[in-house]
Design a protein around this ligand. Structure first.
Ligand code: ZN
Length: 370
């Protein structure tokens, strides 16, 4: 803090008369009415403070021996500083800046429901009626929180402002603070006759049915947002949002790879040799599949557009069926004789080493990757 003598531009042994003259000169120069700059206002406060201290013999003496008379509690007549203080903390002006009362109406919370889907639901999309437990508007009071025919009344403690002023003494003077009124919780009104249906909350918990079309192509973990379908707010405030979190149950035959569906077709060795046609149950219903003669384990049969409808975009993925040839584990003597006859005729290549490949499953996966 600047030295008070320097601020006034006087010597340390200046007489009270010299101090008064110096102050008047500077005050005329720096007074906010004359000189409306921020710097001038600051300097004016410093000058005024310096004069307050040095014009009081007792304070001047204390200041001279090392203390600042203005801060010791004997700072009578020093108004400038507490003005600044109140400007900073918004407490001044005798409550002129009283805060607004807060509203009972608030936005309701978001709600989350989980929904289990089958893979078939995912392929085509599905309509669901979901039971949701949330807060809904109280029918009795329509969110007013009051018994029908009654109204909130202005709080007599805060007179409707929702705030009470409290004056706190501090080293720097009296500080006025505003706090929410504890009688009305800051609402500015009290409810003499709360609605008996909702205990004055304006809403009640209830089960309701939400109808929703779940689009095709969703997957586990996806959240669908239904704006405005969540809980109604206190006192009938706007609804929050409802989120649906999707879980897709695993299917015992089909699995998903992007928008494609995957399955395995087990083909007997005989059918693999001779070829056949087969009807399979896809998620779309029966599909005719042609198993050509000489088909191999790991071959992939692709049925176009029998996969999943993408969540965004159009068309459908494919159904891809990987072939696994099944060798019979046991043959009756006559069949065995026939196969031995076949072996003599076709002279199949004897077993021989070839490059290692890690199992049918991986082999299928590799083929699917294209
Ligand atoms: Zn009510």
């Amino acid at each position: 803090m600047a030295d008070h003598y320097e601020v006034l531009g006087v010597a340390r042994d200046a007489s009270p008369d010299e101090i008064k003259k110096a102050y008047r000169r500077l005050a005329r120069q720096l007074h906010p009415d004359v000189n409306p700059g921020e710097d001038a206002a600051e300097r004016f406060k410093l000058v005024t403070h310096a004069y307050d201290v040095l014009s009081d013999p007792e304070q001047r003496q204390r200041y001279d021996v090392g203390g600042d008379g203005g801060f010791g509690g004997g700072g009578a007549g020093f108004g400038g500083f507490s003005d600044i203080f109140e400007t900073f903390f918004g407490g001044g002006g005798g409550g002129a800046r009283a805060g607004r009362p807060r509203s009972r109406r608030e936005r309701g919370q978001d709600a989350l429901v989980r929904v289990d889907l089958t893979l078939g639901d995912v392929v085509f999309g599905v309509h669901r009626d979901l039971e949701v437990d949330t807060a809904v508007l109280c029918e009795t009071c329509q969110g007013s929180c009051c018994q029908p025919g009654t109204q909130p009344v202005t709080c007599d403690i805060c007179h409707g402002t929702g705030q009470v002023q409290r004056t706190v003494r501090s080293l720097l003077g009296n500080v006025v603070t505003s706090q929410p009124c504890t009688t009305c919780q800051g609402y500015g009104t009290t409810i003499p006759y709360p609605c008996s249906t909702c205990q004055g909350q304006g809403r009640v918990r209830a089960r309701r049915t939400v109808s929703i079309d779940i689009p095709a192509g969703v997957e586990t973990g996806l959240r669908l947002q239904l704006p405005g379908s969540g809980e109604v707010g206190p006192a009938g405030g706007p609804n929050g949002d409802l989120y649906l979190e999707v879980t897709v149950e695993p299917h015992d035959v089909f699995s998903r790879d992007g928008d494609d569906l995957l399955a395995t077709l087990e083909v007997s060795m005989i059918d693999a040799i001779l070829g056949t046609s087969v009807t399979i149950d896809s998620l779309d219903g029966a599909v005719e599949l042609d198993v050509r003669a000489g088909i191999q384990s790991g071959d992939v049969l692709t049925i176009r557009e029998r996969g999943i409808t993408p969540l965004r975009g159009s068309g459908r993925g494919d159904l891809r069926v990987g072939v696994q040839v099944v060798t019979p584990g046991h043959l009756d003597p006559k069949s065995r004789a026939l196969v031995q006859e076949l072996a003599k005729r076709t002279r199949p290549a004897p077993p021989h080493l070839a490059e290692f490949h890690p199992g049918l499953f991986s082999k299928l996966r590799d083929k699917f990757k294209r």
